[in-house]
Design a protein around this ligand. Structure first.
Ligand SMILES: [Zn+2]
Length: 407
């Protein structure tokens, strides 16, 4: 099949006017102008008309479990109160509520042009019950704060659900809910089985005051539920994480990790991040960040150090949409000096790199998977500027060579 569009944004070179992409099976086999492509292919042409064709977007951090909580969690005084509120809301949900919630999340993500998603799954046993219509990395979200010394069991149980799927991963929730033993075991299992590793880190001021000062609302809450707080005081969340994954001092940061947030960093953290020759990947979630009113994300500094920055939506318990377009717009508002190309890279090529799929996803390029989206294009200004401004649902989506049209 030849897919033709008014403009093809490959993320692998300049946009191609009157461009065309040849798709065979689930792969892209040729890209060029329509004339160039037609000279070598006589396949059927699917003409998308006045649209821009671009790589499908990759959401590097979300929790589809909580799609049904949109608008249900009021903004709270503190991050800790938000944790209390979401825990109370979760207590009212059944497994079948979660299955419906995840399905609704997949549908919404796809409507907004997401073709790959990194989904933290708090109930890994539900993975088998929930068909994924888009390319999905299921990350078992693991917590052992109430199960001290049982990290091994927690990981083994998750592996029962992960072993059967194509793209799996492990996500110890955060240094305040996952023990060093849990982090270590996840890293070990991931090394053996080629799993993705991710965690929340240094998200809130309360996480910083818990680790650094040994006080604050998060400290009090976790102490109250029985967490051993001996690791708190005199350490930053980043340092606590690095110690857990066996990289104390941070001479070499663990490059296999996808780290969500990283809002709270001290100058000693910045020194350590700058010094390390290896870097992990970072996911920023602009709209969820705004909802919480977190400390500003040090995007420019982290980019200058060479970190690979991706975008995520996080969950609808702290956001009101699963649209990476809205995330890109929020990001541009906060960082107006960023070029539109840099912003689109964060939801395409950068995220593909974080998932170690940089030779398969994130670009429209020969040999890559045929994951593409198309949207109405008027050509009135800068191409990527107009694409980021698109705020409707996607009229055309192709995933793994299968096209789905809205009409
Ligand atoms: Zn999250």
């Amino acid at each position: 099949m030849i897919v033709r569009a008014r403009i093809v944004v490959t993320m692998d070179g300049p946009p191609i006017e009157n461009g065309a992409v040849v798709v065979e099976g689930n792969r892209i086999v040729n890209v060029g102008t329509l004339a160039e492509v037609k000279a070598h292919n006589s396949n059927e042409i699917v003409d998308l008309g006045e649209q821009a064709l671009l790589p499908g977007l990759i959401n590097a951090h979300c929790h589809l479990d909580y799609t049904c909580l949109r608008g249900k969690i009021q903004q709270q005084e503190s991050f800790t109160d938000w944790i209390r509120a979401i825990n109370a809301a979760k207590a009212t949900l059944s497994p079948s509520d979660y299955v419906k919630s995840i399905a609704a999340g997949f549908a919404e993500a796809q409507r907004f042009g997401t073709t790959s998603i990194v989904n933290y799954e708090a109930f890994p046993e539900l993975i088998a019950r929930t068909p994924a219509p888009i390319r999905t990395w299921w990350l078992a979200e693991l917590i052992d704060v109430r199960n001290a010394n049982r990290a091994g069991e927690v990981v083994d149980l998750a592996m029962n659900s992960l072993n059967a799927i194509e793209n799996g991963g492990l996500a110890p929730h955060a240094p305040f809910t996952a023990s060093p033993d849990l982090y270590r075991r996840c890293a070990e299992v991931a090394r053996r089985g080629n799993f993705v590793l991710s965690t929340h880190l240094a998200e809130s001021r309360e996480e910083m005051s818990m680790f650094r000062d040994g006080s604050g609302p998060l400290y009090d809450f976790l102490k109250e539920i029985g967490r051993d707080m001996n690791d708190c005081g005199g350490v930053t969340p980043l340092a606590a994480f690095l110690k857990s994954v066996g990289a104390p001092g941070g001479r070499a940061l663990p490059p296999e990790w996808i780290v969500a947030h990283l809002n709270e960093l001290t100058e000693s953290d910045f020194d350590l991040l700058a010094r390390s020759t290896t870097k992990f990947h970072i996911v920023h979630s602009p709209c969820s960040h705004k909802y919480f009113g977190h400390s500003p994300f040090s995007l420019e500094r982290l980019r200058a150090f060479g970190f690979n920055i991706c975008l995520g939506t996080d969950s609808l318990a702290s956001n009101d949409h699963l649209s990476l377009f809205a995330e890109m717009r929020e990001l541009r508002q906060n960082y107006p000096a960023l070029s539109p190309e840099t912003v689109v890279e964060m939801v395409t090529v950068n995220a593909a790199r974080a998932l170690d799929r940089q030779t398969l996803l994130g670009r429209i390029k020969q040999g890559f998977r045929a994951d593409m989206i198309a949207l109405r294009f008027e050509g009135k200004g800068e191409v990527l500027e107009e694409i980021i401004a698109f705020d409707k649902t996607m009229p055309w989506v192709m995933i793994d060579g299968h096209a789905r049209s809205e009409t």
